[in-house]
Design a protein around this ligand. Structure first.
Ligand code: NCD
Length: 318
């Protein structure tokens, strides 16, 4: 149990999608959908979180996730503080928990945490005062729950049902928190055909990704897929693995227009970004008609609004 829920069953923290019941996932996706607007339209604005404060505490680089959490909080009327942790007192030896206690004393209601170490969001969640919520914005290689939700929302916008879908997740599965959260959410939503495709060195250990079929060749994992989810080669987490040479990787695993033709004609292509163009994906695919990569970014704000509104609902009602 991840300890994400309050005694009354409501969601307090979002650390993982692993034990989220399907009805809650569906409710969050529905709520998020109501925050989605077409490009060029005025974004949704609400005051439900007026008087609340959200802190972004990121110790790993982030563009989309941090900015979208910030915009999500502001579009609900909350105040936001961003901690540039490299500049803060963590480098002077102050522990993460001391930083967290400082934020708590400053009346921060929700902390959004990204960290390269396993267990940091859960440790913080176990120590904060009862009224504070912790949202993971990416934990090591293990979880990235709001990314999983925005991926599910993106699929839902393009495909009418989940249970009949074939979804292929392709690339550096071993190091990917995005893939682990996608696996949790798609499994919870009843996707019957989930495939993982990776070179042997980037395949996750046996026992992980239960229920997924494993493929070491694109030509075996891609045929007739409805959803093709590409992952970034995570050079920064490659310490123990022989890094495949970029050209060789592209030759065998890069998603080119020719390879995409193996998937269904109406397949959608996803990527969490940042992309290594010409390594895991060709620009012609990333920018092509089947790509929903920019929709994923737009959906990220909507999903984070839904999650913030959910965990802080007690606050807005008070
Ligand atoms: C991902 C991350 O940091 O986990 N990016 C993101 O949040 N959209 C994926 C990645 O870094 O490859």
């Amino acid at each position: 149990m991840s300890g994400q829920f309050r005694a009354d069953g409501s969601l307090r923290h979002l650390l993982t999608l692993e034990d989220l019941p399907r009805p809650l996932i569906e409710r969050l996706l529905e709520r998020a959908e109501r925050f989605v607007r077409p490009l060029g339209a005025r974004p949704p604005a609400s005051r439900v979180l007026e008087g609340c404060t959200v802190a972004n505490l990121f110790t790993e680089p982030s563009t989309r996730t941090r900015v979208s959490f910030e915009l999500a909080a502001k579009r609900l009327g909350a105040d936001v503080v961003n901690l540039e942790v490299q500049l803060s007192s963590r480098v002077k030896g102050e522990s993460m928990l001391d930083t967290v206690y400082t934020l708590q004393s400053l009346h921060v209601d929700a902390m959004v945490i990204r960290d390269a170490e396993i267990g940091v969001p859960a440790t913080v969640a176990a120590h904060v005062a009862d009224h504070v919520s912790i949202l993971s914005a990416g934990e090591a290689h293990v979880d990235h729950p709001t990314q999983g939700l925005l991926d599910a929302l993106t699929v839902r916008q393009h495909k009418s049902r989940f249970d009949t879908l074939s979804i292929a997740i392709i690339g550096d599965l071993r190091h990917s928190r995005v893939a682990r959260s996608a696996w949790h959410v798609f499994r919870a939503l009843g996707v019957s055909d989930l495939r993982i495709v990776a070179p042997p060195a980037l395949m996750p250990p046996a026992g992980e990704f239960e229920g997924c079929s494993r493929h070491t060749r694109l030509e075996s994992g891609l045929p007739q897929a409805d959803v093709v989810m590409m992952l970034r080669i995570q050079k920064e987490r490659m310490a123990q693995v022989e890094l495949p040479d970029a050209d060789r990787y592209y030759a065998s695993y890069g998603l080119t227009p020719e390879r995409l033709a193996l998937a269904r004609p109406d397949a959608i292509v996803m990527h969490p970004q940042p992309m290594n163009r010409g390594v895991e994906i060709a620009s012609a695919v990333a920018d092509g008609p089947r790509s929903v990569i920019r929709d994923q970014v737009r959906n990220g704000v909507a999903v984070r609004m839904a999650v913030l509104a959910e965990v802080l609902a007690w606050r807005s009602a008070a």
